[in-house]
Write a protein that binds this ligand. Structure first.
Ligand SMILES: C[S@@+](CC[C@H](N)C(=O)[O-])C[C@H]1O[C@@H](n2cnc3c(N)ncnc32)[C@H](O)[C@@H]1O
Length: 365
């Protein structure tokens, strides 16, 4: 099995594919730092650093397409037309590549917000576009917490497999353990295409699991995750002796004077102090007995304060690697500052490894 990794960043999908014995034969990203990291870790890969739209003809035929694509709004014209007017977006480029290369499978990743943007019309366009080019589509919201990582990070994973007479169009990201927790009527509806809803009738945001096929979809809110491993806690992945540059004791002690002690957990994240009177997360001080809040590429997040053994510091670049499930030194080729951004943008390999495995190993033809 051969894969192509679009918007490859530092290779979250790459690590997952390596672990599953899938060979990554081509990868691309426009970002200089991401490319430095990718090319140093995987010097033998056929890799292009540049705009994907400039190198479409270089993409080889492949079996599996992967990509965590940037989330761009569609034009209002697209919304009015309902389907398929995604012109000029990177999502349109993905559609073009899938149409041209016809991979057997694809796995796309995006932020949770995708399900609710523009009251669901954004996701409706994505699903109807993908399902109108010959693929059966399934999506599910997954959380890094359920894959042994100490982070609350919810991501929408969209998988697709080529629809042909012999393919099995049954959900692949609903393992037996989860089916037990879904009521019988819902299971009947999933299996009865006449019960599925036309995209033109979609209402508001999409639920956290669903399937789409030939202009119709069905979705459900599924709260269990049968593969769940107990979440690791932040204290389990901390470095023992971080460099002094990560600490900000004195000014934090001053800020605490104007903060209120909170001491509660929110989405698994331990919040020790908050800025007085405000709900803003900006000056929160986190504890280490829960998980980390979603790491992001935004600089302010890199400077979040954690109370650790009576000191106050930010997380280190190596801790960012561990929280996302990458090897400690994966991004050593760029500055510490740039590592935060790259890790914050990445997909946790363990999460997509599960999705890819469900997709390709559930094939029964
Ligand atoms: C959400 S990140 C994907 C991260 C990746 N999955 C990982 O594990 O590191 C999106 C990536 O798309 C890249 N990108 C944005 N516009 C692009 C373009 N026009 N051509 C190629 N890559 C692009 C960004 O540089 C960024 O690395």
């Amino acid at each position: 099995m051969k894969s192509v990794e679009l918007f490859s960043g530092i290779g979250g999908f790459r690590i997952a594919c390596d672990e599953l014995g899938i060979e990554t034969i081509w990868a691309n990203d426009i970002d200089k730092n991401a490319s430095k990291v990718y090319m140093n870790n995987y010097p033998d890969t056929n890799y292009i650093n540049g705009d994907i739209n400039e190198c479409l003809s270089a993409i080889p035929k492949h079996d599996l397409l992967t990509g965590g694509f940037p989330c761009q709004p569609f034009s209002s014209a697209g919304k009015k037309l309902g389907v398929n007017d995604v012109r000029g977006t990177l999502f349109a480029t993905i559609i073009e590549i899938i149409k041209e290369k016809e991979p057997k499978f694809f796995v796309l990743e995006n932020v949770k917000r995708l399900l609710s943007m523009d009251n669901g019309s954004h996701f409706s366009i994505i699903l109807s576009s993908l399902s109108s080019i010959g693929y059966f589509i399934e999506w599910r919201m997954l959380n890094a917490i359920d894959f042994g990582l100490p982070q609350n990070r919810e991501r929408v994973i969209i998988i697709g497999w080529k629809n042909n007479p012999s393919s099995d169009n049954k959900p692949r990201m609903l393992p037996e353990g989860d089916l037990i927790n879904i009521n019988k009527k819902n299971i009947t509806d999933i299996n009865d295409f006449s019960k599925w809803i036309n995209f033109s009738d979609h209402r508001l945001k999409f639920k956290n699991w669903g399937c789409a096929y030939e202009g119709k979809f069905i979705d459900l809110n599924i709260n269990t995750f049968s593969m769940a491993k107990p979440a690791k806690k932040l204290f389990e992945v901390l470095e023992e002796h971080p460099n002094e540059s990560f600490f900000f004791n004195e000014d934090t002690k001053e800020r605490i004077k104007n903060s209120v002690e909170v001491n509660r957990y929110f989405n698994g994240v331990e919040i020790r102090y908050n800025q007085k009177g405000g709900a803003r997360m900006g000056y929160s001080i986190f504890g280490i007995n829960g998980v980390a809040p979603t790491l992001t590429s935004s600089t302010s997040r890199h400077y979040e304060r954690y109370e650790i053994e009576g000191n106050y510091r930010r997380l280190t670049n190596i801790e960012y690697a561990r929280i996302q499930g990458f090897p400690d030194m994966h991004c050593q080729y760029v500055s510490v500052y740039d590592q935060y951004t790259l890790f914050g943008n990445a997909v946790p390999p363990a999460l997509v490894k599960w999705a890819i495995n469900q997709l390709i190993n559930n094939e029964r033809n």
